[in-house]
Design a protein around this ligand. Structure first.
Ligand SMILES: C[S@@+](CC[C@H](N)C(=O)[O-])C[C@H]1O[C@@H](n2cnc3c(N)ncnc32)[C@H](O)[C@@H]1O
Length: 252
């Protein structure tokens, strides 16, 4: 697992909190090769040392790109929203079982859903936590982000199996990492770095089974448009967009 380097001594207490929650080792110096986490005064980022490596990865919910997606992404008419069953009068409670960089979760929360973001990679969970803390201070989006988005660090297949009847969400959403080289969807820079960090999610069939046992209405699985169904399991329906397919498994 990548170590944590802190740019400024003033951040030592925040670094200690990250080490305690996520188990990172602390680095005395920024390394010369490989991935490492850097905690600076503008937040936490994943960096890759070395020549010709991609730029840092961070979770910035108030960034221009995400703000643009929230404004012009299509609201409740966009494929993701239709797939989870958002229509006027119904706003599902959602578990995002594969939170990643929290982008899909942000869209769903912006449309009114309570979203639990579950992430098992310590690095990604720490990046999301940092992103949520900074976004909570944002004058435009901080209010609803704090109210509607909650992070859980751990394995969703296990955690979904332990939910009580009252804790079961309407919808479980999954977007497992797809193996490299199979699709152009992975060409996105941030996702490429993450793919190398966390690897392909080869256990997504087991996650789908847990999700089916936990969701009271439906499970939605995001796939590259022409990919096979997870575990060969035929969905009840699908919503397609240019590059992506959302397989819907109704559990009602
Ligand atoms: C492709 S990324 C998700 C991207 C995300 N939808 C977004 O909008 O940023 C997949 C993520 O799911 C996480 N993941 C896969 N299986 C998981 C599981 N069983 N429990 C928790 N996290 C899981 C991986 O660690 C990875 O960060």
């Amino acid at each position: 697992m990548p170590g944590l380097w802190t740019e400024d001594r003033i951040l030592a207490p925040a670094a200690r909190a990250l080490v305690e929650r996520f188990g990172f080792t602390t680095l005395r110096h920024a390394p010369r090769t490989g991935f490492y986490l850097c905690l600076g005064t503008t937040g936490l980022e994943l960096r890759e040392a070395g020549e010709q490596t991609p730029g840092p990865v961070r979770v910035d919910f108030a960034s221009g790109v995400l703000a643009h997606r929230l404004r012009f992404g299509g609201g409740r008419g966009q494929p993701l929203a239709r797939a989870v069953g958002m229509k006027s009068g119904h706003t599902p409670v959602i578990w995002d079982a594969t939170a990643g960089l929290g982008r899909d979760a942000l869209v769903l929360a912006s449309l009114g859903s309570q979203v639990t973001l579950c992430e098992r990679s310590a690095v990604l969970a720490a990046l999301i936590q940092d992103g949520l803390q900074r976004a909570a201070l944002d004058a435009d989006i901080g209010g609803w982000i704090e109210q509607r988005m909650q992070l859980i660090f751990g394995d969703a297949a296990r955690l979904l199996g332990n939910l009580t009847a009252e804790q079961r969400p309407d919808v479980v959403y999954m977007d497992p990492m797809y193996p490299p080289g199979k699709t152009a969807v992975l060409v996105k820079k941030d996702m490429r770095a993450l793919q190398r960090l966390v690897g392909a999610d080869s256990d997504s069939s087991a996650l789908l089974e847990s999700a089916l046992g936990a969701a009271t209405r439906r499970v939605v699985v995001k796939r590259p448009r022409h990919a096979e169904w997870i575990g060969g399991k035929k969905p009840s329906a699908a919503v397609e967009s240019k590059k992506t397919r959302y397989d819907i498994y109704v559990t009602l």
